[in-house]
Structure formats: structure tokens, C-alpha cells
Design a protein around this ligand. Structure first.
Ligand code: CMP
Length: 140
């Protein structure tokens, strides 16, 4: 167990549904602290860069179009085992397979429009946090 930081994105579908406050409440109830947060809109090129690990997947083009289709909320979460805790709070990638009470089960619509993204390891969290935030923007 260790204190970690992780990147969270509230995706365009959830921002459009106006459920960002409800999502933040679930994160906070899980013991995660939001130590940086901003609203922005990715360009298609920025989405392609962020998701380049998936560039060989059939869903890559559609995912990047979706992620640049409207505003998102980028967040840095901090807490005990924050990477795993956030992924547990998000639920499975496909909302249909996500546990009751998780963010994706409650707010996701499909495997692509699945409300949130969260880093999958502390190493990727560091890379993904640096993609969106400077150290000056992260207040612990
Ligand atoms: P995310 O956690 O943002 O990481 C990559 C995203 O790709 C994932 O959430 C889903 O939104 C999306 N994704 C993963 N698998 C599929 C799939 N089979 N079809 C469409 N989108 C997918």
C-alpha cells in the first residue's frame, strides 16, 4: 500500500450528460482526493497522441473522434493505491460488465462511450498526468 497519483478523464459523453459532480462524488467517497482538475477539449491530434498505444486497434479512429468531440474534465487523483482504487471505482471497460454502483455502470452507455478513463499503472499514470498537467497545477 502506498500513496499514489493517477490520471482520470471524464469523457465527452459524461460531460454532455452533466454528471461530472456525481462522478466526483463517487471518487471522493472511494477515498480519492482530486488534487488537480480542468475542463478542456482535445484536438483530434491530441487524442491520437494520448491514445497512441491503441493505434493498431480497429476502434482507434472512432475513439479519437469521440474523445475530441466535446469537452472533457482531466483530473489528478491522489490516495492510497490510487491507480487500483480508481479503476475499481470506474468499473469494467464495458459498462454492461461493470459492477453495480461503479461509474461506468451508472453513467456509461457503451464500451466506447464509457464515461471515464483511468491510468492502468503508476508508470502510465506519471506519463498521462504529464500529458495534461504541469507540476505547478498539481496542489497536494
Ligand atoms: P479507456 O479506459 O479510455 O482506454 C481505451 C479506450 O478504448 C477504452 O476506455 C474504451 O473507451 C475504448 N475501447 C476499448 N475497447 C474497445 C472496443 N472493443 N471498441 C470500442 N472502444 C473500445
Amino acid at each position: 500500500m502506498s500513496i499514489q497519483k493517477t490520471l482520470s478523464l471524464i469523457k465527452p459523453d459524461a460531460v454532455a450528460k452533466n454528471v461530472t459532480g456525481s462522478i466526483n462524488a463517487k471518487l471522493e467517497q472511494a477515498g480519492l482526493r482530486i488534487i488537480a482538475q480542468k475542463r478542456l477539449r482535445l484536438t483530434k491530434e491530441q487524442a491520437e497522441e494520448f491514445y497512441k498505444v491503441h493505434s493498431d486497434k480497429a476502434f482507434y479512429r472512432s475513439l479519437c473522434e469521440f474523445m475530441s468531440s466535446g469537452p472533457i474534465i482531466a483530473q489528478v487523483l491522489c490516495g492510497e493505491d490510487a491507480v487500483a482504487k480508481n479503476r475499481q471505482t470506474m468499473g469494467a471497460t464495458n459498462p454492461m460488465n461493470a459492477e453495480i454502483g461503479t461509474i461506468r455502470r451508472d453513467f456509461g452507455e457503451s464500451i466506447e462511450h464509457n464515461a471515464v478513463h483511468g491510468s492502468d499503472s503508476p508508470e502510465n499514470a506519471a506519463i498521462e498526468i504529464a500529458f495534461f498537467f504541469s507540476s505547478l497545477e498539481i496542489i497536494e
